[in-house]
Design a binder for this molecule. Structure first.
Ligand SMILES: Nc1nc2c(ncn2[C@@H]2O[C@H](COP(=O)(O)OP(=O)(O)OP(=O)(O)O)[C@@H](O)[C@H]2O)c(=O)[nH]1
Ligand SMILES: [Mg+2]
Length: 459
């Protein structure tokens, strides 16, 4: 989402890096560029104005540092002010209530409420070990209830049935009774989409809110609407006491204006980002990490958290034991590693979070996820003996394997080279251990990370 903004900001900040001193004069041009970059990213004007004023005030003369260069000081100020605009730290959901903690979702049509209800249910079930029920109070769109039922089944949480003939208030009161009796920790209430100018519908959700008194009332909004996201959030917030925002569709080509405007315009924190259509595509919103990402410093923390969540620990341990016993890391293990990376959203989603990736431009295109598919199909086209001991792969075997995968011999050579590198890395990894090494190793797999021959070419 932040690619353009990130590129613009990092290149304008480059201009100030070498300066000996920050003065009103020499930061004027940079500030103008930063301002343009923010406006182009569709950040709301009042936010841009306040942001620029804050950076300017802090930058001029005030902060002299012995250890940082003026450029670094400036960068630090920009980063801190970006965090300030977005809300400093992650605002967690407040679920500390007796009985089911009710979470009410509201928003415009198609914003992603129903999808977010399922994502949130999965998130709370898996990461916070909560027992979760979901219910739909959308009695206007015929397929809406069924949609939530299907998604609830997919993520394995309890779906409380409702019916088009019922009143939303009755549905939700019934659901609360049920969730109480069933000792659920959380009840997520999906509602119909509505416009803030539709008085009847706004009165309905206001009454619903008053009747059920949810601990969290989240406004779900599409990031593609840019600064309008902040404006509609404000309009809803005038009617409903919102406790936070879920910003959806940040995986699209949204420019970032929504993420940077919502907090400042509404005073409400963004609590989650929707990052894809699948039910696991929900991330807690961390302003500090996002600020780093925007400024091209990467977001290693999120990456490591994600790795911890998604890497199959059992398989990883088995591999570690195997390596400790002195057995080699063979191509079968390599294939398993590729599958694990795929389950982490693939290389492009990982690359997004690595430092400096923004400036490298279209690296994602080069290291696209097809690379995994190609590597896997090459390994699949080998015999078990070849996978176990790649050294037996001679010229004629190479021909057979690459033809079997529909690829060139040079593709296979590249895979074998990469495997050798991984093997070396795995040896180091297994002797001392540690996630950080593993992550560094992953970095080594990428072009520019020292891999001879680079990645697979784009096809
Ligand atoms: N790419 C992407 N698509 C999303 C995301 N969240 C939701 N969608 C898609 O947006 C569309 C609408 O999502 P819904 O969850 O049905 O939206 P809603 O707010 O419940 O819609 P109504 O009930 O009609 O008001 C669906 O096609 C979703 O797959 C996201 O974070 N990323
Ligand atoms: Mg819906």
């Amino acid at each position: 989402m932040f690619d353009n903004l990130s590129n613009r900001l990092t290149s304008s900040l480059d201009h100030i890096r070498g300066r000996a001193k920050l003065t009103e004069d020499n930061i004027k041009d940079v500030l103008r560029e930063v301002r343009m970059a923010l406006l182009e990213a569709d950040v709301a004007l009042p936010v841009v104005k306040d942001f620029i004023a804050a950076v300017k005030e802090r930058a001029i003369g005030t902060e002299v540092s012995k250890s940082l260069s003026p450029g670094q000081v400036f960068l630090k100020i920009v980063k801190q002010e970006l965090e300030n605009v977005m809300g400093k730290a992650n605002d967690e959901l407040n679920l500390r209530v007796a009985g089911p903690a009710v979470i009410l979702l509201a928003g415009l049509q198609g914003a992603g409420k129903t999808t977010s209800a399922a994502k949130l249910a999965k998130y709370l079930k898996e990461r916070e070990k909560k027992s979760v029920s979901v219910v739909s109070a959308d009695v206007y769109r015929p397929a809406a209830i069924k949609q939530l039922e299907t998604l609830a089944g997919e993520v394995g949480v309890d779906f409380i049935p409702s019916d088009l003939s019922q009143k939303p208030i009755d549905i939700v009161n019934g659901a609360i009774d049920y969730a109480k009796k069933a000792h659920r920790d959380v009840l997520i209430v999906d509602t119909a989409g509505r416009l803030s100018i539709d008085e009847d519908m706004m009165a309905e959700i206001k009454a619903l809110h008053a009747a059920v008194n949810p601990i969290e009332t989240l406004f779900v909004v599409d990031a593609m609407t840019g600064q309008d996201a902040a404006n509609t959030a404000k309009a809803f917030g005038d009617v409903l006491p919102l406790t936070g925002v879920i910003l959806t569709k940040t995986d699209g080509d949204a420019r970032g204006g929504a993420a940077l405007s919502v907090r400042h315009i509404t005073g409400k924190p963004i609590k989650f980002l929707g990052v894809g259509e699948k039910t696991d595509a929900l991330e807690p919103f961390h302003p500090d990490r996002l600020a780093s990402r925007i400024l091209g410093m990467g977001d290693m923390l999120s990456l490591i958290e994600e790795a911890e969540q998604k890497i199959d620990k059992e398989k990883a341990e088995k591999l570690a034991v195997k390596l400790k016993k002195g057995k080699g890391f063979d191509l079968e293990d390599f294939k398993e590693q590729l599958q694990q990376m795929k389950s982490m959203g693939g290389m492009s989603s990982m690359l997004d979070k690595l430092p400096g990736m923004g400036q490298l431009g279209n690296i994602q295109d080069k290291v696209n996820d097809k690379m995994f598919v190609q590597m896997e199909s090459l390994i699949n086209s080998m015999t078990p003996a070849e996978r176990h001991n790649p050294d037996v792969i001679n010229g004629s075997r190479k021909k057979r394997i690459s033809a079997g995968a529909g690829l060139q011999i040079q593709d296979l050579n590249r895979l074998l080279k990469q495997h050798k590198q991984m093997q070396k890395m795995m040896k180091k990894f297994s002797s001392k251990g540690g996630m950080q090494k593993m992550m560094r190793g992953l970095g080594g797999m990428m072009p520019g990370g020292g891999l001879p021959g680079g990645g697979f070419p784009k096809r």
